[in-house]
Design a protein around this ligand. Structure first.
Ligand SMILES: [Zn+2]
Length: 537
């Protein structure tokens, strides 16, 4: 702890100087730790007001505003001069961005203990047989060669000689290089997507469409008018890049060993089905023998909605697990056993940190809704969105962001035709009941009720993605991925419009959508309820 600096802070809480927390997800927070930042979790008081609990594991490093204070703290830790003190000082310096000091302390350790693993690793050395060597020497010793700026294995070198290229950290075949540049194969030739569409149009064949963007927030490509929204998502025939994969490529991420481990972990009565991006683990007893396949293939297609929504093409290393419990009761019971928060509702909970990092939900069976696979997929898309965000986008952000963006993925019909969420939007925004401003939604989302965060959050994301044909879309996606999502000022800066004006545009947009809804709302067959009906919060 920095007692002197802390005291100063207490005396003048609005002091302009603030420390900067550099989070692993790329965001930064200004303010000051008010409990020991060495602890696994500490309290951080933000310059903009309010305080948050921060997990040290989520922090990349902390930049102290006072270089003198940082230097003094480093010297204090180093002073005893023992190996232990030097290692502690080095780790502390590294965590506070003081690279030179850290290296200096590690070198001092090596003068006392040349084989010390922590110090050697700290200095970027690697162990080869019995000795510690520099990174380059290690790569040479282990049969790597340097091509340009990259060290590669002999096998990789051979492929590169055959025309393979590195794309996003992965060595891909010449054909995949073209695909990664957006080219499409058409009758043996590589053409742009635009050329391809024209060629297909000329030929009069069914044009293949790229995956619809934005998830459940746009009319399905199968049509947009009344009634067609009722078409189940797994029957969606839009093309995705996966359609071009060979059967072997589709199984690239299959892992029998992990599947067996997951099933052993879940216990009796569970089964698994591996797809291209997702693995379903379930013990539900849907009467349709095709349930598993439909669920997995629909989720596999939906993967591409997440990819487009966040403009990220992640390198997927493993199948993502989705656990579907047979009922809310078994779900609650199971979560209790594994230390989760039980009873949080139909959408289950997202448990990224749990073994196998599964998205967890339960099989939705709603009286009056004939298709349980479809209803369950509403939840599946929501939970898998949390999973995608946690793996590839960011770990922080208030509920308006996290739950809002997940709720937006739920329906397989246009958002304004989704009664379960839209009724609430209508009530708030159009009828003024329990209404809230856009600024308050963002600022206060930690203390709002679930409907405000889920429904309003989703409608807010939806507005930014689609207002005036996507006027804010790309700036907003940047903001979602890298900005301070709980800061109104950051949002205003990201899209270049004041919050009051954004709030006005949002309300205008909602009114327009509500008029569309009145025109397009499907008539549900007698005895049937709209999809998503009966979903709890
Ligand atoms: Zn959620």
């Amino acid at each position: 702890m920095r007692l002197a600096v802390l005291a100063l802070f207490v005396l003048s809480p609005l002091a302009a100087v603030a420390d900067v927390l550099h989070m692993k997800n790329g965001t930064t927070l200004e303010g000051r730790a008010v409990t020991a930042e060495d602890a696994e979790e500490f309290t951080f008081k933000m310059g903009s007001g309010g305080q948050i609990q921060v997990k040290r594991a989520d922090v990349e490093w902390i930049e102290w505003s006072s270089a003198e204070a940082a230097k003094a703290e480093f010297d204090r830790r180093r002073k005893p001069g023992t190996v232990e003190a030097l290692l502690d000082a080095a780790a502390w310096a590294k965590f506070h961005g003081m690279k030179d000091q850290a290296e200096d302390a590690w070198l001092s350790v090596l003068r006392k203990e040349p084989q010390n693993a922590v110090a050697n690793e700290g200095l970027g050395r690697r162990k080869y047989q019995d000795r510690w060597v520099g990174e380059e020497e290690y790569l040479k010793l282990t049969g790597h060669v340097k091509v340009g700026n990259r060290w590669v294995t002999a096998e990789e070198k051979k492929r590169m000689d055959e025309g393979w290229e590195w794309v996003g950290g992965k060595l891909v075949s010449p054909d995949d290089v073209k695909r990664s540049k957006g080219l499409v194969e058409y009758e043996g030739k590589w053409v742009t997507k635009k050329e391809y569409d024209e060629l297909v149009k000329k030929k009069g064949a069914n044009p293949e469409k790229p995956p619809d963007s934005g998830g459940g927030d746009r009319p399905p490509a199968n049509g947009g008018g009344a009634g067609v929204g009722a078409r189940p998502a797994y029957l969606d025939d839009r093309a995705t890049p996966d359609d071009k994969l060979s059967d072997a490529e589709k199984k690239r991420l299959h892992n029998d060993k992990e599947e067996a481990q997951a099933l052993a972990w879940l216990g009796r009565g569970w089964r698994a089905l591996s797809g291209i991006h997702y693995r379903l683990l379930t013990n539900c007893d849907d009467p349709d023998p095709e349930f598993d396949r439909k669920f997995v293939s629909s989720m596999d297609r939906y993967w591409w909605h997440y990819v487009e929504l966040f403009e990220k093409t992640p390198e997927q290393k493993k199948l993502h697990n989705i656990i579907v419990h047979s009922s809310s009761a078994t779900y609650d019971e199971w979560l209790k056993k594994y230390g989760g928060t039980q009873g949080v509702g139909a959408f289950g909970t997202y448990m990224h940190s749990l073994q196998f990092s599964p998205a967890i939900l339960w099989y939705r069976k709603v009286e009056g809704v004939p298709d349980n696979a479809r209803t369950t997929l509403f939840t599946g898309r929501h939970e898998a969105c949390h999973q995608f965000v946690a793996f590839y986008v960011r770990g922080d952000g208030g509920p308006w962001f996290q739950e809002g963006i997940a709720a937006l993925q739920e329906p397989d019909i246009p958002y304004y035709l989704y009664p379960y969420r839209w009724d609430y939007i209508r009530l708030q925004v159009l009828e003024g009941k329990n209404d809230i401003s856009m600024g308050d939604l963002i600022k206060k989302s930690g203390s709002l009720d679930a409907n405000q965060n889920y429904s309003r959050g989703a409608a807010t994301h939806w507005f930014f993605l689609h207002y005036k044909d996507g006027l804010y879309r790309s700036k907003y996606i940047q903001f979602l991925c890298k900005g301070s999502v709980d800061s109104v000022a950051a949002l205003e800066k990201a899209v270049g419009v004041s919050i009051d004006e954004l709030d006005r545009q949002y309300r205008e947009f909602i009114r327009e959508m509500d008029i569309r809804r009145d025109k397009e709302e499907p008539k549900w067959p007698p005895g049937q309820k709209p999809p998503g009906a009966g979903n709890a919060k």
